[in-house]
Design a protein around this ligand. Structure first.
Ligand code: APR
Length: 250
């Protein structure tokens, strides 16, 4: 896909000129790491389930083994893959200057693997497992000792089960994380959005909050979305290609 060079240069200049930058990413930034988006991931044996059966408290109560195995499958997929050039570019951006806050809806941990720090994970992380009752983290040794159970019991509560530390349908986002993300959006001079459909709130509101506080908006997405339509610059292409082009000389 070719990209309008003038658009790219303008966006690059705006990024360079901004003191405070917020970055918001979604499933699209991991597409080129071969991690399907949540809905696309429902292929093969998972296709017959509704997303709520796999990712909601009700689905977990109904069939904890099914939910546990679905997340195990997703964890293994991530473990067999790597961050891509888009993740690398964002980590470079953060390393190269102060004032860059990285906010993600992804649970794959690729931003951190690429070297990003203090990532605000709005929807949690596949890498952490918690007690379904207390939400305390369960350590890996315990999980290894109880690996035959699907899911393992919780060491923290007699009625608890191990579950992924991800935000399910109907659950609240971690308050401290969303507060920090809202703050970053309200205070930034520019928000760089990549790989999100902008359909899941409150994450999808962040670019609009930033714009309403005077920030410029860059969106990187091969498709048009509500965010790309209001953005100052829509770089219509894949993020593993256009984030490096945008950032590497910013
Ligand atoms: N580069 C950039 N963007 C891409 C690429 C790519 N290579 N490939 C696809 N996209 C875009 C799509 O055009 C789409 O707009 O990524 C977006 C993915 O949209 P969603 O699947 O809705 O992902 P996201 O916006 O992260 O969804 C938010 O919804 O499924 C839940 O909890 C899950 O965190 C997720 C949330």
């Amino acid at each position: 896909m070719t990209l309008d060079r003038t658009l790219l240069n303008e966006a690059r200049d705006a990024l360079r000129a901004a003191d405070r930058v917020a970055v918001l990413t979604g499933a699209g930034v991991s597409a080129e790491s071969n991690i399907p988006t949540f809905r696309d991931a429902q292929t093969g044996m998972w296709a017959r389930f509704d997303p709520r059966q796999l990712a909601s408290p009700e689905g977990f109560a109904e069939a904890p083994d099914r939910v546990w195995n679905w997340y195990r499958w997703r964890r293994e997929l991530v473990a067999s893959s790597r961050p891509n050039a888009g993740h690398d570019a964002l980590a470079t951006l953060q390393r190269s200057r102060p004032g860059v806050t990285l906010i993600t809806q992804n649970v794959d941990g690729f931003h951190q693997q690429a070297g990003a720090r203090d990532v605000l994970e709005l929807h949690g992380s596949l890498q952490r497992t918690v007690c379904s009752v207390t939400r305390r983290v369960i350590d890996q040794d315990w999980l290894d000792e109880h690996a035959d159970a699907e899911p393992p019991p919780s060491p923290h509560h007699p009625d608890g089960l191990a579950r992924p530390d991800v935000v399910w349908f109907g659950e609240a986002l971690p308050a401290a994380v969303i507060d920090a993300a809202l703050d970053a959006a309200a205070r930034c001079d520019l928000i760089l959005v990549a790989g999100t459909s902008g359909e899941v709130h409150p994450a999808a509101s962040l670019p609009f909050i930033a714009r309403d506080h005077g920030a410029r908006v860059i969106d990187v997405n091969p498709e048009a979305t509500a965010i790309s339509r209001m953005a100052d610059w829509h770089l219509a292409g894949p993020s593993a290609r256009w984030l490096p082009a945008l950032i590497c000389s910013a």
